[in-house]
Design a protein around this ligand. Structure first.
Ligand SMILES: [Zn+2]
Length: 56
């Protein structure tokens, strides 16, 4: 199983998938700062929007 998060911003195709929940959160926060130049969403918001996916 892996964790997946898709950026909700319009015209942004950022998608992160990782086996580690903390890794996804870290990547999403970095993406938000670097790409959208805004303060990263809080951890609980990211967790709420995170999906779990099955990987072989
Ligand atoms: Zn984005």
């Amino acid at each position: 199983m892996a964790y997946q998060f898709e950026c909700a911003a319009p015209d942004c195709v950022f998608l992160i998938r990782a086996a580690d929940e903390e890794e996804v959160i870290a990547q999403v926060q970095r993406h938000s700062e670097e790409r959208h130049e805004k303060s990263p969403p809080p951890e609980d918001v990211i967790r709420e929007r995170m999906e779990t996916v099955d990987v072989e």
